[in-house]
Design a protein around this ligand. Structure first.
Ligand code: SAH
Length: 224
C-alpha cells in the first residue's frame, strides 16, 4: 500500500518539481520517475522521500533535492553510451539515476559506511552498471578515465585539476558546485579548444563540502 502511494508521489514529484520547473529531457524525467528515492533514505524518512528538498543520510551528509539531481543529470546531456563519474556517491541515489542515462557510472565516495550502503542499494535494485569506488574523488578515478560526464555532488573551492584532466575534451561535460563553503554556483565546465576551459554558471546552490586533496581541507578553516 505504502509502496503504491510512494510510486504515485514519485510521479507527482516528476510533474510538479521537475517538469514544471523546466526539466525537459524526457530520459531524465523517465529515470526520476523510475528510481525509488525511498530506497535511498532511512526507513523513518521513507514517507518524506519525495519532499522538495535534501534529506539527511548520516555522517553529516545529505541526499540532494530531487530537482537538483535532475538538473545536474540533464546538464550532462547524456544519450546512453557514456561513461560518467559521480564524485560523492552518498546515498547512491544520484548514481542510480545516472545509471539509467549512461552506459557506465563510476561513483566515488570517501566515507566507507555510505559507500557500503549505496552498493547494497544498487545491487538490491539490480543496477549493475555502477561501480562504487572508495577514495578521494577530487583526484578522480584514473583507471576509468576519460569521462564523458562528471557530476560532482559536493561543493568545491575551485575545479579540481585532476577532474579536469579526466574529462573528455570538447564533448565532455562536468557539473560542479563552485564557490565558498557556505554557498556556491552550480557550474557547467567544458574543455574547449586549445586547452581552454569554459565555465558557465547555472544557478546558486548549497552543497556539503568536497573534502580532499584538491578540495577543501578536512579541518574547517575560515570562510573564503
Ligand atoms: N550524490 C549523493 C549526494 C551526497 S552528499 C546522493 O545522491 O545521495 C555529498 C557526498 O560527497 C557525501 O557523501 C560526502 O561524503 C562525499 N564527499 C565529499 N568529499 C568527497 C571526496 N573528496 N571524495 C569522495 N566523496 C566525497
Amino acid at each position: 500500500m505504502l509502496e503504491r502511494a510512494l510510486h504515485q508521489t514519485r510521479l507527482e514529484m516528476v510533474t510538479s518539481q521537475l517538469a514544471a520547473r523546466g526539466i525537459q529531457d524526457a530520459r531524465v524525467l523517465e529515470a526520476m520517475g523510475t528510481i525509488p528515492r525511498e530506497c535511498f533514505v532511512s526507513p523513518e524518512l521513507e514517507s518524506l522521500a519525495y519532499w522538495d528538498g535534501p534529506l539527511v543520510i548520516g555522517h553529516g551528509q545529505t541526499i540532494s533535492q530531487p530537482f537538483m539531481v535532475a538538473a545536474m543529470a540533464a546538464s550532462l546531456v547524456l544519450q546512453g553510451d557514456e561513461v560518467v563519474l559521480e564524485v560523492g556517491a552518498g546515498s547512491g541515489y544520484g548514481a542510480a539515476v545516472l545509471s539509467r542515462l549512461a552506459r557506465q557510472v563510476v561513483a566515488v565516495e570517501r566515507i566507507p559506511e555510505l559507500l557500503e550502503a549505496a552498493r547494497a542499494r544498487w545491487s538490491a535494485l539490480g543496477l549493475d552498471n555502477i561501480t562504487g569506488v572508495l577514495g578521494d574523488g577530487t583526484l578522480g578515478v584514473p583507471e576509468w578515465a576519460p569521462f564523458d560526464g562528471i557530476c560532482v555532488t559536493a561543493a568545491a573551492p575551485r575545479i579540481p585539476p585532476s577532474l579536469l584532466m579526466q574529462l573528455c575534451p570538447d564533448q565532455g561535460r562536468m557539473i560542479i558546485p563552485l564557490g565558498a563553503r557556505a554557498v556556491q554556483q552550480l557550474c557547467l565546465v567544458r574543455r574547449v579548444q586549445a586547452g581552454e576551459v569554459q565555465i558557465i554558471p547555472q544557478f546558486a546552490c548549497r552543497f556539503v563540502p568536497l573534502l580532499g586533496e584538491e578540495g577543501w581541507d578536512e579541518v574547517h578553516g575560515p570562510e573564503t
